[in-house]
Design a protein around this ligand. Structure first.
Ligand SMILES: CC(C)(COP(=O)(O)OP(=O)(O)OC[C@H]1O[C@@H](n2cnc3c(N)ncnc32)[C@H](O)[C@@H]1OP(=O)(O)O)[C@@H](O)C(=O)NCCC(=O)NCCS
Length: 177
């Protein structure tokens, strides 16, 4: 890997906020994102950004870190995909959560987001719960949440994934090319 392929991460700064809001709105239809019946304003959350070749490549926001408290990754989006931005951001967040003494790190994704499910499971994240109809219920409050998502799948449920460690996924030793 050459020096210009390297992805770096740093804490999300105020100057990144407008860009991050635009990216979250593009992917999740709003800067306020629902998870398991709660609403999170991504503009108020701490997080990290990834940079690649001096450009903003991706952003992750999470709940505030505190000893003994769960860390939830509320949103993760890459603008420059397939250069390792999201992988670097997940790793940075897990490290920060561990250093802060978080009890666990988890996230939810919608049932249609097959690409994200693949991505997370290859990196040591496991499905630990299915929140049936949680998105259908959120849609009753926010009709802007689309009915149909990726691959023409009806969006209804949230899948909760928790980080169990790199050895669980197959990202380190891929089983396919
Ligand atoms: C899912 C998502 C976050 C992944 O982001 P990403 O930055 O493209 O992820 P990465 O680059 O770290 O990894 C993606 C793939 O690129 C590959 N890749 C990473 N660096 C690479 C490089 N330098 N050259 C070629 N491929 C590379 C990875 O191996 C990975 O493939 P794999 O899963 O088969 O191992 C992104 O597709 C996205 O923003 N989706 C929309 C929002 C979303 O759904 N978010 C998740 C739900 S909250």
């Amino acid at each position: 890997m050459s020096a210009e392929d390297v992805v770096t991460t740093r804490e999300l700064a105020d100057a990144d906020r407008a860009w991050a809001v635009a990216l979250f709105t593009l992917h999740f239809s709003d800067a306020v994102i629902g998870s398991r019946g709660a609403w999170f304003d991504t503009r108020l959350l701490p997080g990290f950004v990834a940079e690649h070749q001096d450009k903003l490549a991706g952003v992750l926001v999470h709940t505030p870190l505190s000893r003994g408290i769960d860390c939830e990754i509320v949103a993760l989006v890459s603008e420059i995909q397939r250069v390792g931005a999201a992988t670097a951001l997940l790793s940075r967040c897990v490290t920060a959560a561990r250093m802060a003494g978080s009890r666990r790190v988890f996230l939810t994704t919608s049932n249609d987001n097959i690409d994200a499910l693949r991505f997370y499971q290859r990196r040591g994240w496991r499905i630990v719960a299915v929140h049936r109809d949680s998105i259908s219920q959120a849609r009753a409050e926010r009709p802007s949440i689309p009915l149909v998502g990726h691959h023409g799948i009806l969006i209804a449920d949230e899948l909760e994934l928790e980080y169990f460690g790199e050895t669980v996924g197959s990202a380190i030793t891929p089983t396919h090319a």
